[in-house]
Design a protein around this ligand. Structure first.
Ligand code: PEP
Length: 249
C-alpha cells in the first residue's frame, strides 16, 4: 500500500505568530490520521513549528536546502541543519526555484544526495511549462527532470523518494490539470521509474499532484489510481481548507 500524503507548501508567507496559529489550528482539527500530513513553513519558523506539532502525526518539511554540506555559503541552509531541528522532508526542485533561481536538474541531484545523507525525505518536483504541453513535449520534459535528478540513486535510495507532479501552468493559476491529464502523467512517471528501478519500487513510491488543488477538486484527483495525494500551495494557508483536502482520500 502506498502512503497517502498531503503536503502544504506555505512558500514565503506568514510571520511567526501566523505560522504557529496555522500549525496549531491544523493540529486541533479533525484531519485524516491515516494520511501523512506534512506542513512546510519558511525556514525561520521550522524549529518552532516542529515544537508546536510535537507528539502529533503532523510532520514538518522545508522548502529547499543547500547542495553543499557546510562552510562559506552565506545565506544557505544545509540538510544537516534541517535534520538537527527536527525537519523530516524537503521540497527539491519546486518550479519557482527552477524558474527564479535557475536550479538545474544536476544541482537538484546534489541536493537529493544531501537530503538522503541526512535522513531527510526529498519531495522531488517535476512538471512541464505551458509551452511544453502546447508543443506536446510534456512527457519528454518530465522524463528528463526525473532521469537527470534521480536515476543516479540506488534502488534502496529511490524507495525513499516522494515525487510531486506539478504542471507549471497549474501552479497558483486556479487552472487544475484535468483528472485525465493528471492520471496520464502520473502513470507515465510510475512506468518510467519502473523501467529503471522495477515494478516493486515504482509501485511503492507516492506520486503527489500539485497545481491549484483545493478542497473542491481534491477528491476527484486523489481517487485516480496513480495519484497518492497532493502538494498544496495556496489552499494550505487556511487550516480548514488544508484539513478538508487531507480528508479527501
Ligand atoms: C505549489 O506551489 O506547489 C502549488 C501546488 O501551488 P498552488 O496549490 O497554489 O497551485
Amino acid at each position: 500500500m502506498r502512503k497517502k500524503i498531503v503536503a502544504g507548501n506555505w512558500k514565503m508567507n506568514t510571520d511567526l505568530n501566523q505560522a504557529l496559529d496555522l500549525a496549531r489550528e491544523i493540529r486541533l482539527s479533525n484531519y485524516d490520521k491515516s494520511a501523512t500530513l506534512i506542513i512546510i513553513p519558511p525556514f525561520p519558523f521550522l524549529y518552532s513549528i516542529v515544537e508546536a506539532t510535537n507528539n502529533s502525526v503532523i510532520q514538518v518539511g522545508a522548502q529547499n536546502c543547500s547542495k553543499n554540506k557546510n562552510g562559506a555559503f552565506t545565506g544557505e541552509v544545509s540538510a544537516e541543519m534541517l535534520n538537527s531541528v527536527g525537519v523530516k522532508y524537503v521540497i527539491v526542485g519546486h518550479s519557482e526555484r527552477r524558474t527564479y533561481f535557475k536550479e538545474t536538474n544536476q544541482e537538484l541531484a546534489e541536493k537529493i544526495k544531501e537530503c538522503l545523507s541526512n535522513k531527510l525525505i526529498p519531495i522531488y518536483c517535476c512538471g512541464e511549462l505551458l509551452e511544453d504541453r502546447t508543443n506536446e513535449n510534456h512527457f519528454e520534459v518530465v522524463k528528463t527532470q526525473l532521469s537527470e535528478a534521480l536515476f543516479h540513486l540506488s534502488p534502496d535510495q529511490m524507495k525513499g523518494i516522494i515525487i510531486a507532479y506539478e504542471p507549471v501552468w497549474a501552479i497558483g493559476t486556479g487552472v487544475t490539470a484535468s483528472p485525465e491529464q493528471a492520471q496520464e502523467m502520473h502513470q507515465y512517471i510510475r512506468q518510467f521509474i519502473a523501467k529503471k528501478f522495477g515494478d516493486t519500487i515504482a509501485n511503492s513510491i507516492s506520486i503527489l499532484y500539485g497545481g491549484s488543488c483545493n478542497a473542491a477538486n481534491a477528491k476527484e484527483l486523489f481517487a485516480l489510481p496513480d495519484v497518492d495525494g497532493g502538494l498544496i500551495g495556496g489552499a494550505s494557508l487556511k487550516a480548514v481548507d488544508f484539513v478538508a483536502i487531507s480528508n479527501s482520500f
